[in-house]
Design a binder for this molecule. Sequence first.
Ligand SMILES: [Zn+2]
Length: 129
Amino acid sequence: MSKKAIVCACPDCDQVIDAGGMTFLTQEDADNHATLNCSCMKAKIKASDIKALEVTEELLAKALGGEDGTENVELREMLLEAAKIILRYKIDSCVVQKGTVKVQLKKGTKSKIDIERIDTTKQTFAVRH
Ligand SMILES: [Zn+2]
């Protein structure tokens, strides 16, 4: 298996970006670093989305319980995908429900995503004879 050298260059404008002493394990990591540090317009837009997703990931971990959000791993993954879709297609909001936990993601200002968790617990009352 031949290993292709990982190049740290902006995927949008091909400008070579200084790795800053970092070693990248995958081309995707190198691409992300280049995108975050390139000065071209496309990279700047993408960089703000990458940062927004990082913040969203942290907020989701908090919103879904546990420091790392381990309480609801599947739901967190779904919501992170939803956040990507919101950023990519400029959707206003998206609601994901799993069991009694319902989370709404809303596009905020400057590609920020607002998160609202609503827990629904159904209660049924009946008179038994
Ligand atoms: Zn660029």
